[in-house]
Write a protein that binds this ligand. Sequence first.
Ligand SMILES: Nc1ncnc2c1ncn2[C@@H]1O[C@H](COP(=O)(O)OP(=O)(O)OP(=O)(O)O)[C@@H](O)[C@H]1O
Length: 273
Amino acid sequence: MIEISGLAKRFEVENPKKLSEQEKKDPRLKGRYFQSVRDVSFTCEKGQVLGLLGPNGAGKTTTLRMLSTALKPDSGKVIIGGEDVLSNPNIARKKIGFLSSSTGLYGRLSGRENISYFGELHGIPKNVINARIEELADLLDMQTFLDRRAENFSSGMKQKVSIARAVIHEPELVVLDEPTTGLDIMATSTVMEFIQRLKDKGTPVIFSTHHLDEVQTLCDKVTVINQGETVFNDSLAAFSALSGNDGAVGQMHKSFLKTLSMDSEEMGNVVNL
Ligand SMILES: Nc1ncnc2c1ncn2[C@@H]1O[C@H](COP(=O)(O)OP(=O)(O)OP(=O)(O)O)[C@@H](O)[C@H]1O
């Protein structure tokens, strides 16, 4: 069980002139600080896939970075399997596999060497790393490019190697920030099948996305963040039901818009933690 409660993070605004027009009007801007995440809470059970949705700038990446201990929250808790991971980031890094939307690969190393290096950092024996890379190469369809230098990889190749690198240590929880953004249809379906396989093995996956078809295909739970706050956290069925629908993707779009426009009383009914 993963429990995220009351996460909050603000950033000091170094140059207010650089804020977008939307950010200047955002109620999260308070003087010199921008409160990216104000109050985010959700839970995810073993074997569940949770889709994290929200408009651009809602706070999804900031939330996932805090959850994976890449960023220290100002307040809030992250409990994985009963353990408070924020007070023990080293344990957390063993438990969590995190795909960031911004981490690069080492261009001078091959795909295999990039993955292997991370395995070594986790202290995994070389023969185990090699076997695991073979398995991941098949699952993520990487055999044809794995031994090429990463500097000339396409976006899809980079993303597959980055995913393999994130899960080389067989983490208890996998956190993926927009795993299919920028990928073609084939690479997207390979990544989606990979998430499905993690789910089948009982590994919980939390991923952010703007693609409701992915949510419909993979997710058991949906969490929507708007302006740094959880506005919806419930099952996929409850999310679909918001637009009184049969689960069609077009209708889910209406459910999503509805979560963004609900008043606090309505929200109280659907933020089911
Ligand atoms: N280090 C930082 N310093 C200042 N502001 C930041 C920082 N990181 C994020 N923000 C701001 O916090 C807000 C939330 O950003 P975040 O990247 O978490 O949103 P998001 O929901 O992932 O958006 P998107 O869907 O566009 O990826 C944005 O307005 C962003 O500009």
